[in-house]
Design a binder for this molecule. Sequence first.
Ligand code: FES
Length: 274
Amino acid sequence: MSTGTEPPHVTAGGVHGATRAAVPARHLRTDRWWLAPAATAAGLFAFVVYSTWRAFANDDYYAAPYVSPFYSPCVAENCEPMRSGPNWEVFGGWWGLSPALLILVFPLGFRLTCYYYRKAYYRGFWASPPACAVAEPHAKYSGETRFPLILQNVHRYFFYAALPVAGILTYDTVLAFRDEHYAWGHMGLGTLVFLVNIALIWAYTLSCHSCRHVVGGRLKHFSKHPVRYRLWSWVGVLNGRHAQLAWASLISVAAADFYVYLLATGAFDDPRLF
Ligand code: FES
């Protein structure tokens, strides 16, 4: 029930609804709390638009020696010819669909179920909750206890799947040390872009909460497991930066793809560093 003294953004539903715990207006924020979720929603929306366009484009994803991370591993027969390149051809023609659609489910699932991204898109798109100490507009809240959100618990399996994907992107980065004629000993601006991207991909992957649990969970005494304790400490340092790494790696993977797109469309030639 409204008390008549709430800030303008407080609705009659949510924390003022009959089924929610009552939170007095004096405990609710009145600053511009909506800036962060609005910026988050805008950033995620921009990535979704860009990645959807690129995933369905089925073109301009290879410019020797670089393959776009959106299309790697390229596992369909209809992958663009990649002589001596990472074309795995495990599947058939896949009815001519974009090969990116075959493998994007793994990195996409990993990010969609990520603890940080969950917080980000729950706040940014659903306002559930919108932010700390802000009146929630929804009348009910069941958290992640029901379908479909209970499926978020598969995150640890996406973490396992993310490891080989990161390994393959590492292989692509090694192949980026060739020139356009597949001779080794090359380094172009693209190689640098790929190096930064793979470093951020690994940092994001290893900073995962599931990774932290894998290396340091289910132990009663760290003193009896010094190696795991050391690993857990390292992962913990990365884990403290998980949100930043989530954004940095999201931007870097889009930037690497866009770089390949520019080369493939002939916008410019890859500047050679040596
Ligand atoms: Fe974010 Fe696992 S918690 S990737």
